[in-house]
Write a protein that binds this ligand. Structure first.
Ligand code: SAM
Length: 323
């Protein structure tokens, strides 16, 4: 005789379906939360239109990118603001300090600077690494890896990243630009120009590509060439920093023919391999004022990109040098 079973009745396929779907959705959600933040804006938009779950995650990725250009890599968030068009943010990989570009060998010439032996360097007139950045001309020194003091030393102001409030704001004619999010006092450190350090050969190769892209439409390159004259006066060291693909907030600083409101300082940290290009406020900068500097004096291309700096000394054309 057939006896009814007292245990659980086996579930039908129809009953299992919702559970299976939930498991799939959970797995999709977890994968998407890891993968979507890695996508470029067009891929993110395409993915977002495939289903509600991905749309929701893509929206939160966009909101995160818009609220902080540094993606949490600086002490303070650096939000984007755009009242010009629908682009919520600019896409690039954020690096708070310089990185070695492709083709660069890892062995760089070491700058032979002995570090200091101070217990505390703050206000210590005897510290050999110190100096007043604004009055030091274009070259300055800070404590660094070969010093006895630690990272908290007051003579390492450019090594902690951005510590003033900044915003990236879109302008109709100049594209994205950097604005002060607070009053910045004369002499305050604003940011370093961080990007990929390139060999001159690689810089020239990239510049050619960027020139072609720029002539073909709206493209902004951020390749900066810095020339440092060595004390002998006979030689010149050249530093090529490309912040176009990998860089920090300095890649948004636009040019001003009157020199803008920043001083550029080549900063050497005692014992560090290479100097870094650092920006300090050359005067008080009001909240919401655009932060600018001069890209240079030379204009090789008389028909170069039009300048919209708006200063009374505007040349009408952006500086252009042979790379
Ligand atoms: C380093 S990027 C600065 C950020 C850029 N505006 C963006 O949208 O990413 C340099 C480019 O910005 C634009 N730019 C900078 N200063 C400008 C100015 N004064 N007038 C017009 N365009 C400017 C040019 O297209 C230039 O090639």
């Amino acid at each position: 005789m057939h006896k009814p079973s007292m245990g659980k009745r086996p579930r039908t396929e129809d009953q299992e379906e919702p559970d299976r779907r939930k498991t799939h959705e959970r797995a999709l959600f977890q994968c998407a939360r890891l993968i979507l933040p890695l996508l470029h804006p067009p891929e993110l938009a395409a993915t977002s239109s495939t289903c509600k779950t991905l749309h929701r995650i893509a929206k939160s990725v966009t909101a995160g990118r818009t609220s902080d250009a540094s993606g949490g890599l600086e002490k303070l968030p650096i939000p984007f603001a755009n009242a010009v068009d629908g682009q919520p943010y600019a896409s690039f990989a954020y690096a708070p300090t310089q990185t070695l570009g492709s083709g660069q060998r890892r062995t760089q010439p070491v700058f032979d600077a002995p570090g200091c032996e101070c217990e505390r360097c703050d206000g210590d007139a005897g510290c050999p690494c110190g100096g007043d950045y604004l009055d030091s001309g274009e070259l300055a020194r800070e404590c660094g890896p070969s010093c006895r003091c630690g990272v908290e030393c007051g003579n390492r102001v450019t090594q902690g990243g951005v510590s003033v409030r900044l915003r990236v704001v879109k302008d109709e004619r100049k594209g994205w630009g950097l604005r002060a999010g607070q009053l910045i006092r004369r002499g305050q450190f604003v940011c370093e120009y961080a990007g990929e350090l390139l060999t001159t050969k690689e810089a020239r190769r990239r510049q050619q590509i960027y020139d072609q892209l720029t002539s073909g439409g709206w493209f902004c390159s951020a390749l900066l060439v810095v020339r440092e004259h060595l004390p002998s006066g006979k030689a010149c060291m050249r530093i090529n920093i490309d912040a176009t693909r990998i860089g920090n907030v300095a890649r948004f600083i636009n040019h001003s023919c009157d020199g803008g409101n920043l001083s550029t300082v080549l900063m050497r940290s005692s014992g560090a391999l290479l100097p870094r290009l650092c920006f300090f406020a050359s005067r008080d900068i009001e909240e919401d004022e655009e932060i600018t500097f001069s890209y240079g004096e030379i204009r090789l291309k008389s028909k170069g990109l039009q300048c919209f700096c708006g200063s009374s000394s505007c040349f009408g054309v952006l500086p252009s040098e042979s790379t």
